[in-house]
Design a protein around this ligand. Structure first.
Ligand code: G6P
Length: 268
């Protein structure tokens, strides 16, 4: 049976969805942050740092932070935007054909006063998360509900759990495989096909639409040690592959933009 229930994740209220075949995901309302995803095989596919704050005092280190309306420091607002540190609402949830899904929403009126003043635009965001079998589907929508156009960037900053960073191969971002052993931070532009993340006997198949770019990031040993919310050796346990819209897109009043990210697990 598929189920949707409220749970605590650390000190944060969260939604856990389970599909009929046992796939599950947990999303905190803080950030509409997907912190855990297991396919029906029960293996955790996302990384979340053991040192992450889970109390709403700062963004969660791991999972899938929703980046909006600015990427990193490419803009005058807060680093990676406010969506990952705002508290979203559960707008809808349910089950269909054995899958379980939940939809999270954030509007300008939901923002704390300081954030609302810093970004005075009418907007409505939704993030839909669905799990079933070996598949995860994320759908992100940005709608301009105001009277003026605004420009935004966005990303689904996915931290994939890996056995050992140095063994991982990433396909679909450049000619041949990409290998990462230490610090790496690169924006791959104009992604026009599926990507793969191969780790030992498991391959994740990644497909994105709407998002034209993909950012691949790992902090490496030195930066990892300098991050207060990551343990020193943890950089070897994940790689971020992030569907992204880096160059700001201008959205007219009433217009909407959609980006999707689908992940499928193949175990050899
Ligand atoms: O530490 P954060 O604000 O979560 O950012 C983490 C990382 O996000 C992206 O992947 C950027 O490309 C990196 O430059 C950045 O370091």
């Amino acid at each position: 049976m598929s189920t949707i229930e409220m749970v605590d994740y650390g000190q944060l209220p969260a939604v856990r969805m389970r599909s009929a075949d046992g796939a599950q995901a947990i999303v905190t309302l803080y950030g509409a942050h997907l912190v855990s995803w297991q396919g029906a095989d029960g293996a955790e596919r996302l990384f979340c740092s053991a040192a992450s704050k889970l109390d709403g005092s700062r963004a969660i280190r791991g999972g899938v932070p929703v980046i909006f309306p600015q990427f990193a420091e490419r803009g005058s607002g807060m680093r990676h935007g406010f969506a990952r540190v705002a508290t979203w609402r559960l707008q809808d949830s349910g089950t269909h054909d054995g899958a379980a899904f939940a939809v999270f929403a954030l509007e300008h009126g939901d923002l704390a006063p300081a954030l609302a003043q810093a970004w005075p635009h009418g907007f409505a965001l939704t993030l839909r998360v669905e799990v079933r079998g070996a598949a995860l589907a994320l759908a992100f929508e940005v709608r301009n509900t105001g009277l003026d156009a605004f420009a935004f960037s966005a990303a689904l900053h996915t931290y994939f759990s890996v056995g050992q960073l140095a063994r991982v191969r990433i396909g679909g971002v450049q000619e041949g495989w990409l290998h990462i052993e230490d610090k790496f931070d690169h924006i791959f532009r104009a992604i026009d096909g599926p990507m793969t993340l191969a780790d030992g006997g498991t391959t994740l198949h990644l497909e994105q639409s709407g998002f034209g770019d993909a950012v691949v990031w790992n902090p490496g040993a030195l930066d990892s040690a300098a991050l207060s919310d990551m343990e020193d050796a943890e950089y070897q346990r994940f790689v971020c592959i992030e569907p992204a819209l880096i160059a700001p897109l201008t959205l007219a009043p009433g217009a909407a933009w959609r980006g999707a990210h689908r992940v499928g697990i193949e175990v050899q």
